[in-house]
Write a protein that binds this ligand. Structure first.
Ligand SMILES: C[S@@+](CC[C@H](N)C(=O)[O-])C[C@H]1O[C@@H](n2cnc3c(N)ncnc32)[C@H](O)[C@@H]1O
Length: 278
C-alpha cells in the first residue's frame, strides 16, 4: 500500500481543481470585471477562516501593521489575507503555502487584483520556510497550526525568520475542554490531519521561547456567533453565488455544521494573539 507523505496528505485534503478559475467564473457571472478585480470583490471567498475579512483587519490593527512592513503569511491559502494586508496596510507580503493548487489560485488572483508588486506567493512548508533568518517584521498565521503536529518545530521556524522585536500575529483554532468529535471539518476529513492542542499548551512554550504576549484574546464566542449567523443566512437565502464550496468542495455544508457543533460543545476554541519577539 502506498504511504502518503505529510505534504501529499495536506495537498489531497485542500486541493480543488481550477480553484482560481472557478472563483473568476463565479465573479464574472456576478457581473465583476475579472481582468481588474478589487480585494472587495474577492472578500466573500478569499479569507479561508472563521469570520472572513473582519478578523484579518482586526488582527492587523492589533499587531499595528503599517506601510512597508515585511510580512510572511504562513499557510496563506489562496492569498486573501496577504492581499488584504498589502492593500489596506501597505505591507510587503510573502505568502507561503503547502497546497500547490492554492498557490496557483493565489498567484492568479494576485495578478488580477494588480497586487503582484506587493504580494509574492511561494510554495513551501511552514516547517521549512523559504526565507532567510530574521528577515521579516511580522509572522502572520491564521487557521494553519491545527494541520501541523510538530508544534515545537513550527514555532522554532516562525521564530527563526522573525527579526528581534518583530511581531507574531496569530488567529488560530485550538482544542476546547473536550476533543473535537465531529468530522469532516474544513481543515481535516478526520482526526489524522487535525492536530489540535489547548491554547495553554502553546502559550507557555511561546513565552519560554522568548515571546512577550501583547494580546491573547479568546474570540470563541464571536466565532460561534458568526458561524451560526452565516449558516442561518445560507439556510434562509440559499448558498451565495461565491460559495465557500469552491474552496472546500461539495462537503462544505457538513464541514461548516461540524465546526459550529464543535464550537458550541466547547470542543474548539479560537484565539487571536499578538506576541513580540524579545
Ligand atoms: C484553513 S486554510 C487557511 C488559509 C489562510 N491562512 C486563510 O486564513 O485564508 C489552511 C491552509 O494551511 C495550509 N497548510 C497546512 N499545513 C501547512 C504547512 N505545513 N505548511 C504550509 N501551509 C500549510 C493549507 O494548504 C491551507 O491553505
Amino acid at each position: 500500500m502506498a504511504v502518503s507523505t505529510y505534504e501529499e496528505t495536506v495537498n489531497a485534503h485542500y486541493s480543488r481543481k481550477d480553484v482560481g478559475e472557478n472563483i473568476l467564473e463565479a465573479l464574472e457571472k456576478a457581473g465583476k470585471d475579472v481582468k481588474a478585480l478589487t480585494v472587495e470583490d474577492l472578500a466573500p471567498i478569499e479569507e479561508f477562516h472563521i469570520g472572513g475579512r473582519k478578523p484579518t483587519l482586526e488582527l492587523a490593527r492589533l499587531a499595528e501593521l503599517s506601510e512597508g512592513m515585511r510580512v510572511v503569511d504562513v499557510g496563506c491559502g489562496i492569498g486573501g489575507p496577504a492581499r488584504a494586508l498589502a492593500h489596506y496596510f501597505g505591507c510587503e507580503v510573502v505568502g507561503v503555502d503547502l497546497t500547490e493548487a492554492f498557490c496557483a489560485a493565489a498567484n492568479l488572483l494576485t495578478e488580477r487584483t494588480g497586487l503582484a508588486h506587493k504580494v509574492t506567493i511561494r510554495h513551501g512548508s511552514a516547517l521549512d520556510l523559504p526565507l532567510e533568518d530574521r528577515s521579516v517584521d511580522v509572522v502572520w498565521m491564521q487557521h494553519v497550526g491545527m494541520n501541523i503536529q510538530d508544534k515545537a518545530g513550527l514555532f522554532r521556524e516562525l521564530r527563526r525568520v522573525l527579526r528581534p522585536e518583530g511581531k507574531l500575529a496569530l488567529y488560530e483554532v485550538f482544542a476546547g475542554t473536550k476533543p473535537a468529535e465531529y468530522f469532516p471539518v474544513p481543515w481535516a476529513s478526520g482526526p489524522e490531519l487535525s492536530h489540535l492542542v489547548t491554547p495553554e499548551e502553546i502559550r507557555k512554550p511561546l513565552e519560554s521561547a522568548g515571546f512577550r504576549i501583547e494580546a491573547w484574546n479568546d474570540v470563541t464566542q464571536a466565532s460561534t456567533d458568526w458561524f451560526r449567523a452565516a449558516m442561518e443566512k445560507a439556510m434562509k437565502e440559499g448558498p451565495p453565488s461565491l460559495s465557500r464550496g469552491i474552496l472546500m468542495g461539495p462537503e462544505f455544508p457538513i464541514k461548516a455544521a461540524n465546526v459550529l457543533r464543535n464550537l458550541e460543545e466547547d470542543r474548539l476554541r479560537v484565539i487571536q494573539a499578538v506576541l513580540t519577539l524579545k
